[in-house]
Design a protein around this ligand. Structure first.
Ligand SMILES: Nc1ncnc2c1ncn2[C@@H]1O[C@H](COP(=O)(O)OP(=O)(O)OP(=O)(O)O)[C@@H](O)[C@H]1O
Ligand SMILES: [Mg+2]
Length: 165
């Protein structure tokens, strides 16, 4: 499904933090990426999602393809539309939005409102504690609740591939 071939990533034109990484995620498979702190795991995920570009990061070499489509030149939004979603490390929910608004924002690229409502219901089913706090500003959630919200928000895009950092 996802193929990364010989990836090289540089931050700020100078800091080479990922070099010669290749990996493959098969259909219906789960792949775990292991490495010490600072090894480049998050950077690899950001290269796939293209969040990298908002942090002065560049893909200097290599290819990233998803179901045979090359992702290298796409924007973050286009990557989500292809069906790839990143759940960031450190939660990173939208503090000033409610739980419900955070989840709905996960469906930003979708227009199928009936299915969006269904998915919202499913996510409140997976994480019932969120349902009880649906109108609470997410900044007031506990750490674990924010983590649930970040995962739920990712699922709201109906991804084919969910990258959990
Ligand atoms: N925006 C950035 N600008 C410059 N350097 C960065 C940036 N983000 C990360 N780095 C550097 O890139 C390297 C890899 O960082 P990354 O966050 O990918 O590591 P990681 O494997 O996810 O670590 P951890 O297990 O601690 O989450 C580190 O040396 C880090 O300091
Ligand atoms: Mg990391």
């Amino acid at each position: 499904m996802l193929k990364i071939n010989n990836l090289e990533v540089v931050y700020n034109d100078v800091a080479l933090v990922v070099r010669g990484i290749s990996l493959e995620v098969p259909d219906a498979g789960i792949v775990a990426l292991l490495g010490s702190n600072g090894a480049g795991k998050t950077t690899i995920l950001k290269a796939v999602s293209k969040v990298l570009y908002s942090e002065e990061g560049e893909i200097e070499d290599g290819t990233i393809s998803f179901n045979e489509h090359l992702l290298n030149e796409l924007s973050p939004e286009q990557v989500v539309r292809k069906g790839v979603c990143q759940v960031p490390e450190g939660r990173q929910v939208f503090d000033e939005l409610t739980v419900d608004e955070n989840l709905r924002i996960g469906a930003y690229t979708r227009r199928d409102s009936t299915n969006i409502r269904k998915d919202l219901k499913s996510i409140y089913g997976y994480f019932p504690i969120l349902r009880g706090r649906k109108d609470t500003l997410s900044v007031y959630l506990s750490g674990g609740e924010q983590q649930m919200l970040a995962i739920g928000r990712g699922l709201m895009s109906r991804p084919k591939l969910l990258m959990l950092d």
